[in-house]
Design a protein around this ligand. Sequence first.
Ligand code: C5P
Length: 218
Amino acid sequence: LGSLVVAVDGTSGSGKSSTCRAVAERLGLRYLDTGAMYRAVSWWMLQHEVDIYDPAAVAAQAATPVLVSGTDPRNPTITLDGVDVSAEIRSDAVNGAVSPVSTVPAVRARLVDLQRAIIGAGGIVVEGRDIGSVVWPEAGLKVYLTADPTARARRRAAEAGTADVAATQESLLNRDRIDSLRAVAPLTMADGAVHIDSTDLTLDEVVDLVVGLATAPA
Ligand code: C5P
């Protein structure tokens, strides 16, 4: 398992983060949340009043913030110019900005370079939208994780401590739409990926499934 790369892609709120962190802990692997990287860049653009709907303006600043991603599944921090922004990147403002920012090719090129450098020799569980298709197509295990929109919205709303499940669902579906339709690296099930629908599964059941796939003889 030492050099294994597990790529987990899927829709917003399908349980990727909880699943990947638990799988990494169980298998003694590192963990990388690529969504957090797109969120951090988006947060930086908002802070610096870059018009997130102007792709040229976003592209011009894509390489400016210094981004460092931690890979400890127990405490996956992310820092921007040395400041930990793990909490800030979960705001509603970032939820609204991240999919438009993620459509900009210069942003993707820069973050994919960083992601490949971190994945390096392997031994890591990586979550995102394009890991199995673009970032690391040679991953030893590729999982495509989905769930019904209502189940995803209920889980996200509970995590965020909000009662407004309808608004949460609208925000998730809006991100799915932009992520699936964009020209560069759209959300898609990669060749060779195993599809897991978590709608009627508990977190432990999904983790057991992924650990089983990762440790099964090839
Ligand atoms: O995974 P998470 O929901 O935090 O991702 C936030 C957003 O970042 C996604 O909706 C998508 O727009 C973008 N993203 C991406 N490619 C990835 C990971 C995330 O475009 N590999």
